[in-house]
Design a protein around this ligand. Structure first.
Ligand code: GLN
Length: 452
């Protein structure tokens, strides 16, 4: 823990953390030493971890990277973090993110952007770590911690993992409890781990998972031995689907080449490639940008200046709401709330929200049919490597397009993992994504280990 806290000092300029908790970390590490001395070591005994500042942590400020929650100190612990502490892990701090997890660059944080520890060869410009879980990914990539937590609504674990050259896993919707995680889009949000290897990722997932009666969408399923799956890259005869609709314009040539190399690696390990079709892929992104803002506008209605965080007074209650929300929410959050309230409004509900939900069902059906022919899907994680800070910021649609490969699996609730699989010509890491059947993270981990 001391060694990792020193790394936090060294890399403070990356702005990966919103709150550092060195005192708490040392206290937890001492308690861990005591348990170890009694022979009671848990799965992650003594392992220092960073927690995305979207997970409520008892007695430690939780901001969701929003001005509106600055100073909010939860009186309760999220189920996922409670599970991690039960397994012996140590918290070193709360990591930076896009405000309320809305973004793909970490640039929408009220606390400023996070810098990717990677740089292009011969180019000193700062690059984004991806988002929204950018701080968590950067912290692992810079060796500040061996593991961290993220949340993934449309790609927020997988895309930053790819941009930072680490492993990131979005579990099946319902595998990890959402209780105590600040909600963005409840039907899509899913907590998951980051680590530098597939096996570490599996260990983290094992500790984080499990049925939680406090989250009605949490799956009442036992937690498999994920680490054992990661240690056994036995993929002989595994059928790996290549969805033809993922060959889209705008994907860099290097990413396309890497995709083929990834398939070759899986073939060398005994897997068999199959061409599959997911015909509704192109509708996933537009449908997501209706469903996610709709749920966000509803979830964020609770920040009214009365119950949580900051309050800006007004002459009456309405003005207090308006002043608080006007001052507390950033530009992207306001944009999403406006889109969300629009698509949910009486006259437009059928045309937008209902339509998007119908498309979502078709996307889920595409995957179901594809998984009759294969066991996992292999795709790129993102169309490009990390981009420069500030790029794409003035054009939300270009930014949204960065998630075109991750969003479909989110819409279908399926698990996905991003594995570092190569580099572009500038020396930046590129990731490949594997998508699996619902609650079959074991197959996903096995295939991912074969790509390492
Ligand atoms: N980038 C996507 C968005 O802005 C996904 C974010 C996420 O997964 N939390 O909504």
């Amino acid at each position: 823990t001391d060694a990792h806290l020193k790394k936090l000092d060294e890399h403070r300029a990356l702005n990966a953390f919103i709150t550092e908790t060195p005192g708490k970390a040392r206290e937890m590490a001492r308690a861990s030493d005591d348990r170890r001395a009694r022979g009671e070591a848990g799965l992650l005994e003594g392992v220092p971890l960073a927690i995305k500042d979207l997970f409520c942590t008892e007695g430690v400020q939780t901001t969701a990277a929003s001005q509106i929650l600055k100073g909010f100190v939860p009186q309760y612990e999220s189920t996922v973090t409670a599970n991690l502490w039960k397994s012996g892990a140590v918290m070193v701090g709360k990591t930076n993110l896009d405000e309320f997890a809305m973004g793909s660059s970490n640039m929408t944080s009220h606390f400023g952007g996070v810098e990717n520890p990677w740089k292009r060869k011969g180019d000193n410009r700062k690059l984004v770590p991806g988002g929204s879980s950018g701080g968590s990914a950067a912290a692992v990539a810079a060796y500040m911690v061996p593991g961290s937590t993220g949340t993934d609504t449309g790609g927020s674990i997988r895309q930053p993992a790819a941009f930072c050259g680490i492993v990131g896993l979005k579990p099946t919707y319902g595998r990890c409890s959402r209780w105590g995680v600040v909600a963005f889009a409840s039907s899509l949000d899913q907590p998951g781990p980051f680590a530098r290897t597939v096996e570490d990722t599996a260990l983290m997932l094992q500790a984080m998972s499990g049925h939680d009666p406090k989250d009605s969408t949490s799956a009442p399923l036992p937690v498999p031995d994920f680490a054992a799956a990661a240690r056994d890259p036995g993929i002989k005869g595994m059928k790996v689907g290549i969805p033809k609709e993922y060959r889209v314009d705008g994907t860099s040539e290097e990413v396309v080449a890497l995709w083929a190399t990834g398939m070759d690696m899986l073939k060398a390990a005994g897997a068999e490639p199959v061409e599959v079709s997911l015909p509704h892929t192109k509708y996933a992104l537009p449908a997501y940008y209706i469903v996610a803002p709709a749920e966000c506008s509803s979830n964020l209605a609770r920040y009214d200046g009365v119950r949580f965080g900051q309050r800006v007074p007004g002459k009456d209650l309405t003005e207090l709401y308006e002043n608080t929300r006007g001052a507390g929410f950033g530009k992207e959050t306001r944009r999403r709330i406006l889109i969300g309230t629009y698509v949910l409004s009486a006259g437009y509900y059928d045309a937008y929200y209902k339509k998007a939900q119908q498309i979502r069902a078709l996307i889920a059906r595409d995957f179901k049919e594809a998984f009759e022919k294969c066991d996992v899907l292999l795709t790129p994680t993102a169309p490009t490597a990390a981009f420069a800070a500030g790029d794409k910021m003035d054009d939300p649609v270009t930014m949204y397009l960065n998630d075109m490969f991750t969003i479909p699996a989110s819409m279908a609730g399926l698990p996905g993992i991003s594995v570092p699989a190569g580099m572009d010509k500038d020396g930046l890491p590129l990731g490949l994504q594997l998508i699996g059947r619902a609650f079959d993270e074991e197959t996903l981990l096995r295939a991912a280990a074969a790509l390492e």
